[in-house]
Design a protein around this ligand. Structure first.
Ligand code: NAD
Length: 502
């Protein structure tokens, strides 16, 4: 049996992916489809339909009907579905991880890791009976009490990116469900298969039809969701231009929105850092998931005497990284999402060269034996990258690490803060004082101190800032609970003399 292969599992997936609407697997009427190609092998294994506005309308109306009853189901009963979902996700974890690797190229262990975080969010949302409690005060004035309740919004939607096809919908979905909302998930058109598999499990939960739905598609499908009058709230994760556009259109249509955007994450390497640990951790942050994490570190700023020892070690680590098909043992860096993405990354390395950077480890033009058709980009180290150039500011989204240098911690912090994104910033140091100054003064929502991927656990919000986030309340934890509920204030007076005497 192969890694992650299911045992005796019946699949709803044909060549063409299905939508899941009103509790039924539904063939989209779309005439246009996009091919889903395994980036590690170049095998074409599914097609995703680009669902129409009418199909979005059907799903939105089914959700609106379902909401009337669903919101009245007591929270302790709603979370029973999540306990069951956790169980099903655990039982099918290897199979889902395999699907995730097949459609997006990351390694099997990386896929398992993202699914663990998905499950963790289900677990946290099981605490909803406490998490969505309101608050109250007796006697705000003589004989008058005031209460704040949290009520669900209604129909919500989640628009997902390609790079964590198993995990990212789960930064939102369990909280939407548990707080009493209905949700339409629109997976990435580049990686829609894992969510198809997840919804095969959701189909077994026995949820009322219309509470959770899956509608496949791309930009037009999203715009139909954003323009639909019944949809109250939109959660989106993706590139900054898309996040900005979706946030603006949602707001123009009077919807609540939270849109997590792109990134270009820097790390300061101080001279007192343990260079071996820093190199090992940073190589995994920069080159793991083929550099396609929104929390990948892609800019290394060495401070003072850190320059030479770090550069030498990191160059060796870059060359030593094992690139290959994500389902094979021992592979550390899998494929990037597509041949177009590989070509774009290679082109950007050329831009860096033209700007004056040196390519000290060049990952262009290489192939993985046995997988020659795959979209493999080998780790690449750029040195002397000009801080004001295009490459220092562009999200490359591939296994490319840019080195820069400053003389002091203060200069380093200024360089970290001189950019549009604010998803994550990290420091490697043995000094508590340096770490403290960094964490206090740095403009980023997720900070790592001797950590390479400061990804918040499910019980903390995922706190991107600046151009990495449009909105107020982030995904996960109490932010998600607040996002998916609106507060209702009740001020009440019950004079004794009005009561019937018994
Ligand atoms: P993308 O922006 O191309 O697509 C994301 C989703 O938005 C897809 O479902 C797509 O169909 C839809 N979409 C794209 N453009 C649209 C438009 N103009 N109007 C309406 N809908 C549109 O992103 P991607 O390439 O799938 O994902 C990679 C990006 O996501 C990277 O920039 C990465 O940094 C970012 N990302 C951010 C986070 C975070 O938490 N901040 C997490 C993961 C990924």
């Amino acid at each position: 049996q192969q890694r992650g292969q299911p045992r005796n599992r019946k699949s709803s997936m044909t060549q063409r992916l299905l939508n899941y609407v009103n509790g039924q697997w539904t063939e989209s009427k779309a005439t246009e489809c996009l091919p889903i190609i395994n980036p590690g092998t170049a095998e074409h294994f599914a097609d995703v339909p680009l669902s129409s506005a009418q199909e979005v309308d059907t799903a939105a109306k089914a959700a609106a009907v379902a909401f009337r009853e669903w919101r009245r189901v007591p929270a302790p009963d709603r979370i029973q579905y999540l306990f069951k979902l956790k169980q099903l996700l655990e039982e099918n974890l290897d199979f889902l991880a395999r699907t995730c690797t097949e459609e997006c190229g990351k390694t099997f262990n990386e896929s398992k890791g993202e699914l663990r975080r998905a499950i963790e969010n289900v677990e946290v949302a099981c605490g909803i009976p406490m998490l969505m409690q309101g608050r109250n005060n007796e006697d705000i004035a003589r004989g008058i009490d005031e209460h704040m309740f949290r009520q669900p919004l209604g129909v919500t939607a989640m628009i997902a990116p390609f790079n964590f096809p198993g995990m990212i919908p789960f930064w939102f979905l369990p909280y939407a469900l548990a707080t009493g909302n209905c949700m339409i998930v629109k997976p990435s058109e580049k990686c829609p298969v894992t969510q198809q598999r997840v919804f095969e499990l959701i189909d077994h939960l026995g949820l009322p039809p219309g509470v959770l739905q899956l509608v496949n598609g791309a930009r037009d499908t999203v715009e139909a969701i954003l323009d639909h009058p019944v949809v109250r709230a939109v959660s989106m994760v993706g590139s900054t231009p898309a996040a900005r556009a979706i946030y603006a259109r949602s707001a123009a249509n009077g919807k609540r929105a939270q849109c997590q955007g792109g990134a270009k994450n820097p790390v300061l390497i101080m001279p007192d850092a343990d260079m071996e640990t820093a190199t090992r951790i940073l190589a995994d942050s920069a080159y793991g998931c083929a550099g396609q994490r929104c929390l990948a570190l892609s800019v290394g700023i060495t401070v003072g005497e850190a320059k030479e020892p770090f550069r030498k070690r990191f160059s060796e680590a870059t060359q030593a990284r094992k690139v290959g098909y994500g389902l094979e043992e021992g592979v550390e860096t899998g494929a990037v999402i597509s041949a177009e993405s590989k070509a774009r990354i290679e082109k950007l390395i050329g831009v860096a060269e033209a700007e004056g950077a040196s390519v000290s480890v060049d990952g262009r033009g290489q192939k993985v034996p046995g997988y020659e058709q795959g979209s493999y980009m080998f780790p690449t180290l750029l040195d002397h990258v000009p801080p004001q150039g295009e490459i220092a500011k562009t999200e490359i989204f591939g296994p490319v690490f840019s080195l820069m240098h400053v003389d002091t911690l203060e200069e380093g912090i200024a360089m970290v803060n001189d950019r549009a994104f604010g998803n994550m910033a990290c420091i490697f140091t043995a000094s508590g004082a340096a770490a403290r100054q960094f964490r206090t003064e740095t403009h980023a929502g997720n900070i790592g101190v001797n950590i390479g991927v400061a990804a918040p656990m499910a019980f903390f919000p995922f706190s991107g800032w600046a151009d990495s986030f449009f909105g107020d309340l982030h995904g996960q934890a109490e932010h998600a609970v607040e996002f998916f509920t609106e507060t209702k204030i009740v001020v009440e007076r019950w004079p004794k003399e009005w009561s019937r005497k018994f």
